[in-house]
Design a protein around this ligand. Structure first.
Ligand code: HEC
Length: 257
């Protein structure tokens, strides 16, 4: 009886722990998500999209952000690029194909200009989620009070400038006041274009989707191979199962039941 009570206690404790964990992450999500996140809908098996994403990343992000955990020659091999294509299209700030992606900016300059060092982007998709990054890049809005002239709905007070302004144009964010126990709070409502960019909304969506697709891939380059490997493993197991069943039949056939 004692044992059983102890077991229930442990069960209760573990359940409590799980609920606390779940509640905790829900609270973080609610606190961090100033706007509902749209699904990025990217596909890491789409090589053409990854190639475009790699180009976007090198052109628009690598000045400030490194991606230290991935080498150029790995990218080339995975994305089906020749060494010449690699050097001409992606390696602006690297010397050798086995270099990792370093940013061009120096640390002290980053701190002086932005007050913080732009984070390495190799693992951001895993820590923040790919949907977050997809929405973050689309959530810059004009804010005359900010030193960069913009703020971001998902990261209020961010020091990252709107680096894609030429493509997206500038937008305004509409916030609606909501009365709550702690005073008036402003909730994000919608965006309104202020100036047009060179891309249409649909083209810009595609641009951002390709870029985050590439970030998704570099956060775990092996995922491309793992999927292929998974299919082989399943095929092997199926064949092995058939052989095992045939063997069993053979071995037991003379044993009277
Ligand atoms: C001019 C420099 C600069 C460029 C170019 C730049 N960023 Fe940033 N980025 C920053 C800085 C600075 C931060 C840190 C922001 C902060 O903590 O407020 C940052 C933060 C981020 C974050 C983290 C956001 C978070 O919630 O912590 C992501 C994701 C990101 N950048 C993605 C990108 C992508 C993708 C590109 C290319 C399209 C890009 N950045 C180009 C300066 C830059």
């Amino acid at each position: 009886m004692l044992r059983r009570t102890a077991m229930y206690k442990w069960l209760g404790l573990s359940l409590g722990f799980i609920v606390a964990l779940g509640g905790g992450s829900a609270a973080i999500a609610a606190g961090g998500a100033a706007m509902p996140l749209e699904h990025a809908d990217n596909d890491v098996s789409n090589t053409a999209s990854l190639q475009r994403g790699a180009r976007n990343f090198m052109n628009y992000c690598s000045g400030c952000h490194s991606a230290k955990y991935v080498r150029f020659n790995t990218i080339a091999a995975d994305l089906g690029l020749s060494e010449d294509q690699l050097i001409d299209n992606l390696m602006f700030n690297a010397e050798r194909p086995h270099d990792t992606i370093e940013r061009t900016m120096r640390d002290e300059d980053a701190i002086r200009w932005f007050g913080t060092s732009p984070p390495d982007l190799s693992l951001i998709p895993r820590s923040r989620g790919i949907d977050y990054v997809y929405n973050f890049l689309q959530a810059f809005y004009v804010d005359p009070d900010s030193p960069t002239g913009v703020d971001n709905v998902l990261l209020a007070g961010t020091s990252m400038p709107h680096v894609l302004w030429e493509l997206q144009g500038y937008q305004r964010a509409i916030f609606t006041p909501k009365e709550s126990a702690s005073g008036t709070e402003y909730e994000f409502d919608s965006f309104e274009p202020v100036t047009a960019g060179t891309m249409s909304a649909v083209e810009f969506d595609g641009f951002v989707r390709d870029t985050v697709n590439f970030l998704d891939y570099i956060s775990e380059p092996v995922q491309l191979k793992r999927r292929v490997l998974g299919v082989w493993v399943l095929m092997f197991l199926t064949v092995f199962l058939i052989i095992a069943m045939m063997l069993k039949k053979q071995i037991w056939k003379d044993v009277p039941s």
